[in-house]
Design a protein around this ligand. Structure first.
Ligand SMILES: Nc1nc2c(ncn2[C@@H]2O[C@H](COP(=O)(O)OP(=O)(O)OP(=O)(O)O)[C@@H](O)[C@H]2O)c(=O)[nH]1
Length: 726
């Protein structure tokens, strides 16, 4: 329902109500009232008539009665019948032949004519009252119509009035509100009345202003938010930070309606003096907070005396600074600005993360002066800017560290190969290129398995699985192991390898450090060979040292050592007898004399060999005791066995049948032997034992040579050994 209808409707309803009230209640009530008055009046007249008729009725002068009634009827046209009734209710004077119109609404009036308590007659009158009050009704209807017309006109006037004074301004205000809602802040309401509508217009205007301000604020805020989001995403994606800061500066200038600006990072130089490194410029501008500011651009050096510049003040105090002119000279400003006009308004804002003063944002504006509200407006942006500078610093450090690390890795002697979880190579340094014969480009993205010979594949897969399964998420280095790598030319490369596992944000990363140990292996092999040779030579030397040069038997030194060992063993094992045989070629001096010394040596060699072959047990030791004397050490050998073996030995030499013309025994070489067996080492020394063997030998010699004597047998005066028959 529109406003016009709303304004009209109450009046229309009022009109309808008035009309309905008057038509349905007021006018019928008035007609009823008029009717009853008329009836009362007619009734009074009937009373008068009945009184007037009484004398004639008393005298029974009906002619007069009729005449009177006729007169009355002719005078009162709306009376249609007037009847007289006698006591028996019989009409005695009927006047009903008078024409009664169809639309007549008849009313009846009855009167009894009574005199002195005697009923004479009753009068009954039928009359049309409506006809009587018709005029009055018409008049009333006229009044009603007039009132309705007046009311309608009033209503019409009111409607026009309300439409002009209320509806139209309201429509205007509604349209204005609609425009405001659509963000149109230029349209103004054209209502300047002082009434409520005017006030509403004023309120709307105030509201428009407020919304405009709020909108601007919101716009500004969302612009700042957009700027922050944009810059943050740009900083992440863009590697070159200078572009980001330049972009950011452009956005801030647009936001703040400024003409120039500068974002700078605060850095301490070698002397701990703070200077400003501009981030939002690509020339080499450097600003010092100290006494000078130096601009280095296109190799032109400009120097400013800057003890008291706005920049130095901002940097030394770390507090926001506003200077709204009038004109700020470059020398006072503290940094050069490419502008034809003099700088009028300067705003310097320090950038903090926590309490750390990390940089500044300077803005220059030649149109609108700065006020302190801008601190609040830019608060979030300044914080983001400070965080951005810190992130920029961290990125610089990270890049430096990365470059340093890359340099270390590239120049490392060891090959360094990094792979991801699947073995795809992500890093391959120069040393690895040298070791494996592949270039870095060839190997990045390839699988590390191509560097491993087939026979090591299973071992490699198991090692990687082991590292993967170990749920350590810290660096873990296995022990260095030696393995083989596969060179591009298909040859195996001996390697020393250590593998480390690092869990990074990208997932697991394995780094293998490999060292080519081909040369070392060669050296090791050469060394091992030389060592073996040396060992052999040494052993040979040792052997030589322990061998008698002439006979090849154990020499005296070896014999002494063996005797010492066997003596100790005999001491430990009381039930293990030790036998010693000492033997000597008979008449060897004459042999030498007869055949010469060289032949004597040869004889010695043959006798030595025969003695050696006479003893087959490994533990028996046959040694040259000295000159033409030999000793045999028989561990764990009782006396009778030793004597039998000595006898066998003697016979073997005899069997050699070496010619010995000058022997007094026979014309062949023979030996004599003395045997001693140690059954207990108690109260006995080794020397004593040897002496006993020697004594036995002496006894054998003395007994005619070419025989074996056992010390125990001598002492027991046992029978002499058998003689060989020539
Ligand atoms: N050709 C040679 N003769 C040696 C060697 N060592 C010792 N002789 C000689 O062996 C001889 C040992 O002689 P003697 O000790 O007198 O005893 P023998 O002549 O064998 O007489 P009996 O032992 O009593 O039977 C010496 O003439 C030594 O010069 C040697 O290495 N070569």
């Amino acid at each position: 329902m529109n406003l016009r209808l709303k304004l009209i409707l109450p009046f229309a309803l009022l009109l309808a109500a008035v009309y309905a009230y008057s038509s349905l209640y007021m006018i019928p009530s008035y007609i009823d009232l008029a009717k009853s008055k008329q009836l009362e009046q007619e009734s009074t007249y009937v009373d008068l008539l009945s009184t007037a008729l009484l004398p004639d009725l008393l005298e029974s002068d009906l002619a007069n009665v009729y005449s009177t009634l006729d007169t009355v009827l002719s005078e009162r046209k709306h009376w249609y019948s007037l009847s007289l009734f006698n006591v028996d209710k019989v009409r005695i004077y009927p006047l009903s032949d008078r024409y009664i119109p169809k639309d007549a609404v008849l009313e009846s009036l009855d009167r009894d004519v009574i005199f002195n308590g005697k009923f004479y007659t009753s009068i009954k009158l039928q009359l049309d009252i409506n006809h009587q009050i018709q005029e009055e009704v018409a008049y009333i209807a006229k009044i009603q119509n007039s009132v309705m017309i007046v009311l309608f006109l009033t209503f019409l006037a009111m409607s026009v009035f309300l439409d002009i004074l209320i509806r139209k301004p309201m429509v205007k205000l509604a349209k204005l509100a609609d425009r405001i809602a659509r963000g149109d802040y230029q349209s103004k309401p054209v209502i300047h009345t002082k009434d409520e509508v005017g006030k509403l217009g004023q309120s709307l205007e105030a509201m428009q202003l407020k919304i405009h301000e709020r909108d601007q604020e919101m716009n500004h805020y969302s612009n700042i938010q957009d700027t922050i989001r944009f810059i943050q995403s740009k900083f992440i994606s863009e590697q070159e930070a200078t572009h980001v800061f330049l972009e950011l500066q452009r956005k801030i200038l647009k936001l703040t309606h400024c003409t120039a600006g500068l974002i700078g990072e605060l850095i301490l130089d070698d002397k701990q003096q703070p200077y400003l490194s501009p981030l939002s410029t690509d020339n080499k501008l450097h600003l010092y907070s100290g006494s000078t500011v130096i601009k280095i651009a296109d190799d032109n050096y400009e120097q400013y005396n800057q003890a008291d510049t706005l920049m130095s003040k901002l940097m030394s105090t770390g507090k926001p600074l506003i200077d709204n002119g009038p004109d700020i000279q470059m020398e006072r400003l503290g940094f050069p600005v490419e502008s034809d006009e003099a700088v009028k308004n300067f705003l310097g804002l320090p950038l903090y993360t926590g309490y750390q003063f990390v940089g500044v944002l300077c803005l220059i504006n030649n149109k609108t002066s700065f006020d302190r509200s801008i601190f609040n407006d830019l608060d979030v942006l300044l914080q983001t800017l400070a965080q951005l500078i810190v992130a920029y610093r961290e990125r610089k450090t990270l890049i430096d560290n990365e470059a340093r690390l890359r340099m270390v890795v590239d120049n490392a002697v060891e090959g360094i190969i990094s792979t991801d979880e699947k073995g795809t190579i992500t890093s391959f340094n120069s040393a690895a290129e040298r070791i494996f014969g592949y270039s870095q480009n060839q190997m990045i993205g390839a699988n590390v398995i191509s560097l491993i010979p087939e026979h090591n594949h299973t071992g490699h897969i198991e090692a990687v699985k082991f590292l993967l399964d170990s749920n350590l998420n810290i660096r873990q280095v296995n022990n260095e192991l030696e393995t083989d790598g596969l060179h591009r030319n298909g040859k195996l490369i001996p390697l020393e390898l250590s593998i480390s596992k690092v869990v990074t944000q990208q997932g697991m990363q394995y780094t293998g450090i490999v060292r080519d140990i081909t040369e070392r292996k060669q050296h090791e092999e050469e060394l091992s060979r030389a060592y073996s040779e040396l060992q052999l030579a040494h052993e040979q030397l040792e052997e030589q040292n322990r061998r008698d040069a002439l006979t090849g038997l154990a020499n005296r030194r070896h014999l002494d050592e063996a005797l010492q060992l066997e003596w100790k063993r005999a001491e430990r094992q009381a039930d293990s007898p030790l036998s010693i045989i000492l033997c000597d070629i008979d008449y060897f001096k004459p042999y030498n004399d007869t055949y010469g010394h060289l032949e004597g040596d040869e004889c010695l060699r043959q006798v030595a060999l025969a003695i050696k072959n006479s003893f087959t047990c490994e533990v028996d030791l046959v040694a040259r005791y000295g000159g033409e004397e030999f000793m045999v050490v028989l561990p764990n050998t009782p006396g009778d066995s030793a004597t039998r073996q000595a006898e066998k030995m003697r016979k073997n030499i005899w069997a050699l049948a070496l010619e010995h013309k000058s022997s007094k025994v026979a014309a062949r070489v023979s030996i004599s032997a003395g045997v001693y067996t140690v059954t207990t080492t108690k109260h006995l020394s080794l020397n004593q034992c040897i002496n006993f063997a020697d004594e036995s030998l002496y006894q054998a010699k003395a007994a005619g040579r070419n025989q074996v004597m056992h010390y125990d047998a001598i002492n027991a005066e046992m029978s002499a050994p058998e003689q060989d028959i020539i």
